[in-house]
Design a protein around this ligand. Structure first.
Ligand code: MG
Length: 207
């Protein structure tokens, strides 16, 4: 991953989240407070300010991860801003202070921020949260990278399916958990936005 691809990844995420803003709000309205799409769109929109300066050699991947995390922390309301933001800040040291990293480092970076999301959110797979997409996706990416072929278009579809699968789960973490069994039958909004992020990983890094 190069710094340019890093920027493209977050620009892509901003674009697809904005395109799905209403849907994300609808999903959150069903089992939460209806602001997930609005919150993420605002934070990712603010991030565009970060890209205004031309990318120069001073921009390094570690620094970018930290800056993206800080921006999400300060602009996205709700749990998702804190989860994405602090995880990206904490995972930043995994990336080199350089303009590119190899595939193993990329996977380690994603794995580190997913672990941070799990720790901070005290969530694991099956709790009907973003972890239901992020954890299996990074595990799948890690395994396929070790085999020498990260088939990102396949992962993109899997991520979408894992998000869809949260419909059948009862929420055990987050606001939706207050609904108990009534949370069953709705897709978790955080899992849906996470699947959008993996679609951008495919779009930007899959070439
Ligand atoms: Mg919300």
């Amino acid at each position: 991953m190069t710094t340019e691809q890093f920027v493209q990844l977050w620009q892509c995420f901003g674009t697809v989240v904005r395109a799905h803003q209403e849907h994300l709000d609808d999903l959150d309205r069903a089992i939460g407070d209806g602001d997930h799409g609005t919150n993420l769109t605002r934070g990712l929109g603010k991030m565009q300010d970060l890209w205004k300066d031309p990318i120069d050699t001073e921009r390094n991947l570690a620094d970018l991860s930290k800056k993206v995390g800080m921006t999400l922390l300060s602009t996205v309301g709700g749990a998702s801003g804190a989860l994405w933001g602090s995880a990206l800040v904490k995972a930043a040291p995994v990336l080199p202070s350089a303009s590119a990293c190899d595939d193993e480092t990329l996977v380690l970076w994603i794995e580190t921020f997913v672990s941070n999301i799990e720790e901070r959110g005290k969530a694991q797979v099956g709790d009907k949260t973003m972890v239901d997409v992020m954890r299996p996706a990074v595990n799948w990416l890690k395994a396929s990278t070790q085999e020498g072929s990260a088939r990102l278009p396949v992962l993109r579809e899997l991520a979408r399916q894992w998000s869809e699968d949260t419909k059948d789960l009862q929420a055990r973490r987050g606001r939706a958990s207050y609904l108990g069994a009534r949370s069953i039958g709705h897709v978790d909004p955080g899992s849906f936005s996470s699947a959008l992020w993996w679609a951008c990983v495919d779009r930007v890094l899959g070439g």
